[in-house]
Ligand binder design. Structure first.
Ligand SMILES: Cc1ncc(COP(=O)(O)O)c(C=O)c1O
Length: 410
């Protein structure tokens, strides 16, 4: 016997997580697949983490005192030293002033985002997400609030351009709206929100008493667009979610922090006491060593800068190749790991195309309708192939072959 909410989750599994089962099957039995599987579905960076992290890990494990401390529980919101040092990291690497009284360290941004939903929402409340938008938020809200929160989707793409209308957002607000959540650079859209868009949203938040949540998981991967929001102090009603998964290339470490208005810090702490108890101490010790070393921070910044150039280059190649496919509309990414493209000229049933690509071409992408209902779109993640462009090229060639087959049959 399982709960109603568990049944709902079972009915709507995450397609990206589901593809992992396929990948595992392929790794076990490659002979069952006509061609080697090309995986361009999830946003998992394959390039190695910065060497400086390994050096700091060694320092921790080679120091008897730190090694013992790293095995113990930390405070729920992270070690005080780390909370003090995160503003140093923000300032030296991104040029932004934040303050320790606003920082809560956590066990990955997924856990922290869920905690924030729990923190802000009551049954009957409303939250606004973007369309397209990251697929997990809806599931997280439903899980945390037993599907008793109304989720509204704000369209942000028009005529293949990123064009969020503040008037349209205004029309969606009610006195039950508790938060608007955006992701910048966006997953799956690669759009970077500019400062005037975020400020306009914040003006509405002040007038209507809600919070603006900004998921900045991909902030180290911006090659176009306005970086100012990352460099200025957070505004009064903003909540910034900052994950180390992508910028350190360590999604397996489960490390993140949020920057929240001061009045939310203690309630978040008490929620996390029940949900996660504490983040990983060993990871915190490594980050403390890293952030207290000015030279190491410089090295990290260089790693980010060269990483952003590398990701930009591959994103340009993918965009150009996709644009060359007849009747496909491509959203030009300004950052992040993804290219999102419109295949509705072929079919609005993106799930069918997605499934067909796996079955016929052994090419795994992600279906647009999973991203808050962007029907007729697909998402290609180039993060898994930044180190292996030849695999990407093979993937693109299969994609071209598939669509030219469809065209011939139209
Ligand atoms: C927009 C966005 N936010 C959050 C996450 C999850 O990050 P974390 O590893 O910090 O839980 C992802 C993962 O792909 C993501 O794309």
């Amino acid at each position: 016997m399982i709960s109603q909410i568990a049944k709902q989750m079972l009915e709507r599994p995450s397609s990206i997580r589901e593809i992992m089962t396929l990948v595992a099957e392929y790794e076990k039995h490659p002979e069952k697949f006509p061609k080697p599987l090309i995986y361009l579905a999830g946003g998992w960076p394959q390039d190695p983490p910065p060497e400086v992290l390994r050096a700091k890990l060694r320092e921790v494990v080679n120091d008897d005192k730190l090694w013992i401390k790293a095995a113990r529980y930390s405070p729920t919101i992270g070690y005080p030293d780390l909370i003090e040092l995160i503003p140093e990291y923000e300032y030296r690497v991104f040029g932004r002033r934040i303050y320790p009284q606003n920082v809560v360290f956590g066990l990955g941004s997924s856990a922290q985002t869920s905690a924030i939903f729990k923190l802000l929402l009551d049954p009957g409340d409303e939250i606004i997400l973007t369309r397209p938008g990251y697929l997990n938020y809806t599931r997280q809200i439903d899980l945390e609030l037993h599907s008793q929160v109304k989720i509204k989707y704000w369209p942000i793409i028009e005529d293949l351009e990123f064009r969020p209308s503040i008037d349209a957002l205004n029309d969606m607000l009610t006195n039950k709206t508790k938060a608007v959540l955006v992701c910048s650079p966006g997953n799956p859209d690669g759009a970077v929100w500019n400062d005037s868009q975020l400020r306009a949203m914040h003006d509405l938040a002040e007038d209507h008493n809600f919070y603006v949540i900004i998921d900045a998981a991909y902030r180290a991967f911006i090659w176009n667009g306005d970086k100012k929001p990352l460099e200025r102090e957070p505004l009064e009603r903003e909540i910034w979610i900052c994950s180390f998964s992508k910028e350190f290339r360590t999604p397996g470490w489960r490390a993140s922090y949020v920057v929240v208005p001061e009045e939310l810090k203690r309630p978040l702490d008490t929620i996390e006491q029940a949900r996660t108890l504490a983040p990983v101490s060993l990871v915190q010790m490594i980050i403390i060593r890293l952030f207290s070393d000015a030279e190491a921070l410089k090295e990290l910044k260089r790693y980010y800068d060269s990483g952003a150039r590398k990701y930009a280059e591959i994103s340009r190649e993918v965009t150009k190749e996709l644009q060359s496919i007849e009747d496909i509309g491509v959203l030009n990414p300004q950052g992040g790991f993804y290219v999102f493209f419109d295949v509705s000229a072929y079919s609005n049933d993106d799930k069918k195309i997605w499934r067909d690509l796996i079955d016929k071409e052994q090419l795994a992408l992600a279906p647009g309708s999973d991203f808050n209902g962007a029907k007729g779109w697909l998402r290609l993640s180039f993060a898994p192939v930044v180190e292996t462009p030849q695999v990407l090229r093979e993937g693109i060639s299969r994609l071209k072959q598939y669509f030219s087959g469809l065209k011939a049959r139209q």
